[in-house]
Design a protein around this ligand. Structure first.
Ligand code: ARE
Ligand code: CA
Length: 504
């Protein structure tokens, strides 16, 4: 009796601990993580108050917040690349995004309006020394990076790193973990000296109110080491509204493109969510017209994706939006991109993350910055869009309104699935919302079951409900729940969406 009670308690606590790192700690009525790529903390604080909180966004993925190598550009180019932030020099909170004081101010203000923060951390490696010849801009480079793997401000010394070797064989799981990604000095997370530094860094961020972490290059670290590190972290800080005993949410970056990989996403999914790159790949392929939308009825685990609770899903991320594989969609192809995000938001699968980019034509190009390398703030136009080089996908009407759709339909199942057998599909979310897609090159005009109560609804893709009128298309739902759904093949958007709160 006593034995089985003890056993039950330990099983339950192990289970709750494991479930815990999958919980993003969204406020009720909020969902979705927006990656405010390279934004400054002071701009993020304002964005929480003026846009993200009121619009029901769940949280923000921040660019790395700890001190990084400064990659000084050659004289011919005044631009510092975005990727310098993936080369840590210390765990002090000082970057182009702001200081520790700025971070705390942002954290207080975002948490107060229901928007959580997740920090991108880089536990796998430290910065390369410019003299090693590997930092992009040749003779430039930081004055801050010491030689000989000596990082006094952490401190780390040579013995904290794995012996130097290159990842030459991506089919070798040991090499992937113990050799150097892009030639970056590879920390040995098996050592207590390294674990202590990482735990102290993460605990410091927990003190400052974060809800979790994006774990960069998780594929290049042993899951059993990460398990120890995560397990040693403090509970989230109750001063920022987290319940007692809450554990940090984990988004682990493991690029797993399928069965041929030797490091699999499943090795990490008991520790938190894992990036599901196949979601990005398949939705890119479908909405580019290279795969029929009809197949999406079974989208999810049946396609080889992680189980929903383990999957961190996205249409693009900051890496794959920079590689034109002809598959991944980004802001550069707005119509199919908005359709893919609308599908991702309407379809109840995984934790959704959306990208908020700065415009770029070149892989290395850093965020909008002045002549001294300081990041320039986004300007906000009267139509809610951004200027100064910031794309702000999260402010596009079609995208922001679909995040609201996701929140309003939270917890309801897909119902009333319809398709024409090819590239016109529609479905409802219980009796809360209805969405339709036309990717076919001919108009869509169908009488469809919406699952909604009779009434006139505003399509939140072509417009907004303002007072009792609609700035876009209206949809009339009859008493039997059916409505005439029209999406012209050459319309600005190939989606239509209505929900209980868009009823006029
Ligand atoms: C920069 C220079 C390099 C130089 C290096 C060191 O560009 O030329 O050698 O510095 O001086 C980012 C940039 C890199 C940059 C790096 C450090 O993308 O260009 O290097 O910062 O400043 C693999 C990893 C995965 C990784 C991707 C990009 O598994 O973890 O490559 N993604 C994360 C981040 C990146 C970041 C890093 C890791 C490093 O999201 O933004 O790099 O912190 C197959 C494999 C994948 C592999 C993928 C590569 O799909 O299965 O595992 O992903 O190919 O495309
Ligand atoms: Ca490693």
């Amino acid at each position: 009796m006593k034995y089985s009670a003890v056993f039950l308690v330990s099983v339950l606590s192990a289970l709750s601990c494991i479930q815990a790192q999958h919980d993003p700690h969204f406020w009720t009525g909020h969902s979705t993580i927006v990656h405010l790529f390279e934004w400054k903390f002071s701009d993020i604080a304002q964005e929480c108050e003026r846009w993200l909180g009121p619009r029901g966004f769940g949280g923000i993925q921040l660019s790395p917040v700890n001190e990084n190598v400064i990659v000084e550009p050659p004289a011919s180019d005044s631009n510092r690349p975005w990727w310098e932030r993936y080369q840590p020099v210390s765990y002090q909170l000082t970057t182009r995004s702001g200081t520790e004081a700025d971070f705390l101010d942002m954290s207080r203000r975002c948490n107060a309006v229901g928007v959580r923060l997740y920090v991108d951390i880089i536990p796998n490696h430290m910065a390369a020394h410019p003299a090693d010849g590997s930092v992009g801009y040749g003779t430039g480079g930081s004055t801050a990076v010491p030689r000989d793997r000596d990082f006094p401000a952490v401190p780390y010394t040579l013995s904290d790193f794995n012996p130097s070797c290159e990842i030459t064989d991506w089919n070798d799981r040991v090499m992937i973990r113990n050799c150097e990604l892009f030639g970056l000095p590879d920390l040995n997370q098996g050592l207590d000296s390294v674990r202590d530094k990482l735990v102290a860094f993460m605990d410091h961020l927990i003190d400052l109110g974060v809800a979790g972490f994006r774990v960069d290059a998780a594929k290049h670290m042993w899951p059993q080491d990460l398990e120890v590190i995560y397990g040693r972290l403090k509970n989230l800080n109750t001063d920022f509204g987290f319940p007692a005993g809450a554990r940090a949410f984990m988004m682990q970056e493991v690029i797993d493109n399928g069965d041929h990989e030797v490091v699999r996403k499943y090795e990490y999914s008991h520790l938190g969510t894992v990036t599901e790159f196949m979601f990005s790949f398949y939705l890119g392929r479908a909405f580019r017209g290279n795969d029929d939308l009809v197949w999406l009825e079974s989208f999810g685990e049946a396609w080889g994706l992680l189980p929903s609770r383990d999957a961190l899903v996205f249409v693009d991320n900051h890496d794959n939006q920079r590689h034109d594989h002809g598959t991944i969609l980004s802001y550069k192809l707005p119509k199919p991109y908005k359709m893919a995000i609308a599908f991702g938001a309407a379809y109840p699968f995984g934790q959704l993350r959306i990208m908020s980019s700065f415009a770029f034509d070149d892989f290395d190009l850093g965020p909008p910055m002045d002549g001294n390398g300081n990041i320039v703030s986004p300007s906000i136009n009267t139509d809610n869009s951004c200027g100064n080089g910031w794309v702000c996908e999260h402010r596009w009407r079609q995208i922001a309104n679909m995040i609201k759709f996701r929140n309003i339909c939270w917890g309801t199942p897909v119902a009333n699935w319809w398709s024409n057998g090819a590239n016109k599909i529609a479905f409802s979310r219980g009796n809360r919302g209805f969405v339709a897609f036309n990717n076919q090159g001919v108009d869509m005009l169908e009488i469809l079951q919406t699952g909604l109560a009779a009434g006139i609804y505003c399509d939140v893709i072509s417009g907004d409900k303002v007072g009792n009128s609609c700035t876009g298309k209206s949809v009339t739902v009859l008493t039997d729940g059916r409505a005439s759904i029209h999406i012209a093949h050459d319309a600005e958007d190939g989606v239509l969406a209505i929900h209980v709160e868009s009823r006029l």
